[in-house]
Design a protein around this ligand. Structure first.
Ligand SMILES: NC(=O)c1ccc[n+]([C@@H]2O[C@H](COP(=O)([O-])OP(=O)(O)OC[C@H]3O[C@@H](n4cnc5c(N)ncnc54)[C@H](OP(=O)(O)O)[C@@H]3O)[C@@H](O)[C@H]2O)c1
Length: 328
């Protein structure tokens, strides 16, 4: 797979692997922990070099899994993790990006990831109680100490990105972006292009919806995050189906899969965009990685944009509790 360059010269595979679903969010895992280690190592064998985890995934067990799986190939991969939560009794309980907390988290993540350096350390959500300048300054100290290589933000507003970047250079912003989540387009993406910062779309497959494998007949198990998300209500799934139908039609015409078209659309938006689709199945790692071979013409992209614009999206991308944390 070819590589792409985020900000500050950080080179990664053009498609990364989101590891969250291996430990939470999408219902029962189809495989064992050993199977997931196989998926992670299999991804490296297939050219994926960019892996995304977070302290809060599990919590902790996702970083431990990624650390165990990738320590034998540590020199071939870029490890991204995230700080910014107060974790109590095995669950997140509010935000905490105080510098002293960030430093504790960095040390704990280093141990779990079995590494001496975190390649990319993202603030997971902007903390309204801690000035972003203090967060950027603390990352700078972690960089000085050799514990972190690069600074990232997640779901940060354009003005926050500018303020952070003025204190310590930001390498990547990770926010939700896909054919049905266009929030970063008006303000965030132009600022990133101006400042030379990379962009990492999370949930690039629309949490599975854009692959055409989720429809009104799908039953989500208890604990599947999609049971809490308005756009996955049965009515909204029905209303949003037309967009997937268009993606599927284009995919068929191009001898590709709908998921590949969704990823190819993202790759075509800007050369510093690196999607991180999440999957627990090696055949889907392969399928998603092969999206780099699907080229969309300007007309095909314009058609998709027109259809998506005309149809709109039914339902918010998070429930009310989580909506207040994004776009800060
Ligand atoms: N910064 C943040 O706040 C934030 C928030 C959410 C996620 N993330 C990161 O972004 C990563 C990706 O996002 P995501 O996992 O939420 O959403 P996603 O990548 O859009 O979709 C994941 C879902 O799609 C399915 N899937 C994957 N590839 C498929 C394919 N080729 N065909 C059919 N179904 C496919 C997966 O099922 P299977 O696993 O069964 O294949 C899973 O249910 C996460 O793993 C995490 O690292 C970050």
């Amino acid at each position: 797979m070819h590589t792409r360059t985020l900000g500050q010269g950080l080179q990664v595979s053009a498609i990364g692997l989101g590891c969250m679903g291996m430990s939470q969010s999408y219902g029962p895992n189809p495989g064992s922990r050993t199977d997931m280690i196989g998926v992670l190592r299999g991804a490296v064998e297939r050219g994926v070099t960019f892996f995304d985890t977070a302290e809060v995934y599990g919590p902790y067990v996702n970083e431990e899994l990624v650390g165990e799986a990738l320590s034998p190939v540590r020199d071939r991969v870029v490890l991204a993790t995230k700080f910014g939560w107060r974790i109590e009794n095995g669950a997140s309980n509010g935000l905490d990006s105080r510098p002293e907390q960030m430093k504790r988290v960095a040390d704990a993540s280093l141990r779990r990831l079995r590494t001496e350096t975190i390649d990319l350390f993202y603030q997971h959500r902007v903390d309204p109680d801690v000035p972003i300048e203090d967060v950027a300054g603390a990352v700078g100290e972690l960089v000085q100490a050799g514990k972190v290589r690069h600074f990232g933000l997640s779901e940060a507003a354009a003005s926050t990105i500018r303020r952070a970047h003025a204190v310590h250079p930001v390498t990547a912003v990770q926010s939700e972006y896909s054919l049905w989540t266009r929030d970063p387009e008006p303000e965030v993406l132009p600022v990133l292009a101006e400042l030379g910062i990379g962009f990492v779309p999370f949930s690039p497959l629309g949490k599975g919806f854009l692959t055409g494998t989720v429809d009104t007949t799908t039953t989500f198990s208890d604990g599947d995050v999609r049971t809490t998300i308005p756009r996955f209500s049965e009515d909204n799934r029905a209303a949003n189906q037309q967009l997937v139908d268009q993606v599927t039609a284009l995919a068929q015409a191009k001898n590709a899969t709908p998921g590949q078209v969704a990823l190819a659309w993202l790759l075509a938006q800007h050369p510093s965009i690196v999607p991180i689709p999440g999957t627990r199945r090696i055949e889907r790692v392969e399928e998603n990685a092969a999206a780099t071979n699907v080229a969309l013409s300007a007309d095909e992209r314009a058609d998709l944009d027109a259809v998506a614009g005309r149809l709109g999206v039914h339902g918010d991308r998070y429930n009310e509790t989580h909506m207040v944390l994004v776009g800060k």
